[in-house]
Design a protein around this ligand. Structure first.
Ligand SMILES: [Zn+2]
Length: 65
């Protein structure tokens, strides 16, 4: 798969140096920050949806307080 060689931008240092090191595990070879992501791409549509769901839930909790 081509995606294995793809490098992604690191949120921590800003370098395009994040590569897949295992299933759903990504690491920046510049600053060694490790990310949990998708199996073949760093960010998946499903992951983004889950994040939005969590943020939406938090917003509901905040509104009650
Ligand atoms: Zn980095």
């Amino acid at each position: 798969m081509q995606e294995k060689r793809t490098l992604y931008k690191c949120d921590a240092c800003g370098k395009t140096a994040v590569r897949r090191i295992g299933t759903s595990i990504w690491r920046c070879k510049h600053c060694n920050t490790t990310y949990a992501g998708g199996a073949y791409t760093m960010r998946t549509p499903a992951g983004d949806a889950a994040k939005r769901l969590i943020e939406g839930h938090k917003a509901v909790i905040d509104a009650k307080q």
